[in-house]
Write a protein that binds this ligand. Sequence first.
Ligand code: ADP
Length: 161
Amino acid sequence: MVQAVFPGSFDPLTLGHLSIINRASQLFDELHIAIAENQSASKSAIWSLADRKQFIEAATQHLSNIHVHIFSGLLVNFLKAKNIPLLVRGARSAVDWNYESELFHVYKMLWPAVETVVLPADIQYDIVSSTYVREIWKLGGDISGMVPSVIIELMEQKKRS
Ligand code: ADP
């Protein structure tokens, strides 16, 4: 059985992430989506880890081979604990490709068994990012072209409560 881990911040999950998940779920028997607790310095989270997990679960209900986790600490330690040396990542621009290539070499240094499968972004989601979604959402704009509708409904509910 081939298992893979798709790690990220997912703050929040976008249609771009979902497209990678849909495609990866066809490629691997089990796909583990791993939400990183450690926030990179350049990104400040606006949804809690529990909210982000709920959003992903709601948007992936049509898939039977998805598992959603929250992890803290080094991604490589999470991979080792699960004994899954296979990562899935998505890449939009050349900047993403370079970044993913660098990350791959860093992970490989920490655990030589690691391999990464990088899937090119779908053309219609090439400029979709969680960063834009957070900005547009904070300023009251329309994010329906970037985020699954089921997640927007949950966001609206949370805003009201
Ligand atoms: P990270 O903080 O690790 O970059 P993200 O949640 O921003 O986490 O992204 C997780 C993964 O999804 C990364 O590999 C990123 O390049 C990829 N990704 C983000 N947005 C898109 C998109 N629109 N299409 C395809 N892949 C994407």
